[in-house]
Write a protein of this length. Structure first.
Length: 253
């Protein structure tokens, strides 16, 4: 069953998603050459707690930290630690907050210092893939419409889409139905109905789509060591279109 959120639940989702977006905006000023991923984790952890929430990833299925930090060819679920960011790195910061019983999820890939052309390309294409996916969200459409346009845009730019991970419903549970694939055929999958809330979070590789896990059993990397980037928003299907619940422009401060 795909949960359809009530008006009260939607308001709660707006609140937790605003906090997730605010946390991501806060950490941007601290992403610089010489900082460790653990320092970024600790800043986010303290910020989330100070705003009356909990970081959803912490201890989720054994994940040991409060955010995910995935650098360069790391695709997702990178564990913050003593890694020092260097000039030209790219890093995805994935934030999920748990506020008053509801989860809000967002991520962004940042460029550290001066970017090289490969970094600029993959970050731009990943951002665009999320944008076209969001535009495909309309009531009466289908989940497959989202994946179809994301994949088409990635392939047009000679990039690939990671298929092992997908967007997901979100609300009282960190992960709910539906699964939102970032590839596929239009007109397939569940129908998009007002009140559905889910993430769109394509992971886009500059090289081939193949991935593997590191020995920590969490960190996912590209097999060919090509750069990977990701952007993510939590989306509400409305009567007339969609609302991006984690959009920073909605914060108003």
């Amino acid at each position: 069953m795909i949960p359809i959120k009530t008006p009260q639940e939607i308001e709660s989702m707006r609140a937790t998603c605003r906090l997730a977006a605010r946390t991501l905006r806060m950490i941007e000023a601290h992403i610089r050459v010489g900082v460790t991923t653990l320092a970024l984790n600790d800043l986010c952890h303290d910020f989330i707690l100070a705003h009356g929430a909990l970081p959803s990833p912490l201890n989720y299925k054994g994940f040991p930290k409060s955010i995910c930090t995935s650098v360069n060819h790391q695709v997702c679920h990178g564990i913050p630690g003593d890694r020092v960011l260097r000039d030209g790195d790219i890093i995805n910061i994935d934030i999920t907050t748990h506020l008053d019983g509801f989860h809000g999820d967002t991520s962004r890939t940042f460029i550290v210092g001066m970017p090289g052309p490969k970094a600029e390309k993959i970050v731009a294409v990943a951002r665009e893939c999320l944008a076209v996916g969001i535009e495909a969200v309309v009531p009466g459409g289908y989940v497959g419409d989202i994946g179809a346009v994301v994949e088409a845009h990635a392939l047009k730019n000679r990039c690939s889409v990671v298929r092992e991970y997908c967007g997901h419903g979100i609300g009282r549970q960190f992960h709910e139905e539906p699964a939102v694939l970032h590839y596929g055929l239009p007109g397939t999958g569940p129908e998009l109905r007002p009140g559905m809330i889910f993430t769109i979070e394509p992971m886009i590789n500059l090289g081939k789509a193949a991935i593997r896990h590191l020995p920590d059993r969490w960190t996912v990397v590209t097999r060919d060591h090509s750069l990977s980037a990701q952007f993510e928003h939590t989306i509400l299907v409305t009567d007339t279109g969609r609302e991006v619940l984690t959009a920073p422009e909605l914060l108003g401060d």
